[in-house]
Design a protein around this ligand. Structure first.
Ligand SMILES: [Zn+2]
Ligand SMILES: [Zn+2]
Length: 309
């Protein structure tokens, strides 16, 4: 059974998670949209808190979700569009600082940040890290932050198991978001449950294969008829507005994937054009999907959490 709840902002989540839990930090896209942060997902399992992508507001969204950033020492990138990596500077430095929240002290990260991603990750994030050097040096010499926390360890992998420890297994697999190549999705397995996070992609056979029987599939999607209507209303912006159709998945295609994979619950994210976060708008956004996929469909909202038990 999947339990959906929205974390009250003042409450911190526990440090230990007996059930695999997926928290949507941002359900937006490169487009600016009120109430929808850029993409990011926190995955909680056992004592670990993993961050899949970190869009611009990742730290703020983590705090709102009750997950102090000091808990993050593993960031997994699906690909390197800015809406998925633009918040890394903030996550990297904030997680390395000591904070107090709800009268508890959260000690700064004293281990290197472990960064996972497809090939290109070390070069791109490595250049970002170089740009932090001025601040990093001051934090070590003046603020006396632990030097180990200033380092990054990398695992570049397009296909295969990238993490396998304490009953938590994370598998990367290639998707198709060309011209962004490579791009990957992640499968998380813990305590008998499976969750797959698609990243950005057109429909791919690997998704159906890897998500087969999954308890939760968080898949990106855009609504084609809404997008077509927007383009028709703004023909002078046709070139810019039609981009999503080139390398993303439609809502109906996402339903087909969920149906073929036989997933137990489909959650949409990376909405284009984003619906208002209310039932009427969301109902219109998913129109036609339940004719294809009979299981539960949730239009993801920022800070929604799914505990798989
Ligand atoms: Zn994106
Ligand atoms: Zn992208």
């Amino acid at each position: 059974m999947t339990e959906i709840f929205i974390q009250p902002q003042e409450n911190l989540r526990p440090d230990y998670h007996p059930n695999l839990t997926v928290v949507l930090l941002g359900t937006g896209s490169p487009r600016a949209f009120y109430g929808r942060a850029k993409p990011g997902v926190a995955v909680l399992a056992g004592h670990k808190a993993f961050l899949v992508d970190c869009g611009g507001a990742a730290v703020d969204q983590l705090v709102k979700a009750g997950i102090m950033p000091q808990r993050i020492s593993d960031v997994l990138f699906t690909h390197h569009h800015y809406d998925h990596n633009g918040g890394f500077f903030d996550v990297f430095i904030t997680s390395w600082r000591t904070h107090i929240a709800a009268e508890r002290v959260f000690e700064g990260r004293s281990v290197p940040m472990h960064v996972y991603g497809p090939e290109t990750t070390k070069a791109i994030i490595g250049r970002m890290r170089e740009s932090f050097e001025f601040d990093v040096k001051l934090r070590i010499s003046y603020n006396l932050s632990d030097e180990a926390g200033s380092r990054i360890e990398y695992t570049e992998c397009n296909e295969g198991v990238v993490y396998d420890k304490d009953g938590i297994r994370i598998t990367a697999f290639e998707v198709d978001h060309r011209p962004v190549y490579p791009a990957v999705a992640y499968k998380f397995e813990y305590n008998g449950k499976t969750a797959v996070i698609s990243g950005d992609t057109i429909p791919v056979a690997s998704m159906v294969k890897q998500a087969a029987g999954a308890d939760l599939l968080v898949h990106e999607a855009y609504n084609k008829s809404w997008l077509d209507a927007q383009i028709a209303q703004n023909p002078q912006y046709e070139k810019a507005l039609s981009n999503p159709a080139k390398y993303h998945t439609t809502t109906l295609e996402a339903a087909h994937i969920a149906q073929r994979a036989g997933v137990k619950h489909l959650v949409l994210t990376h909405h284009i054009p984003a619906p208002e976060a209310n039932p009427a708008a969301e109902q219109a956004y998913v129109e036609g999907m339940s004719d294809i996929y009979a299981g539960p469909i949730t239009v993801g909202r920022d800070l929604m959490a799914f505990e798989l038990k």
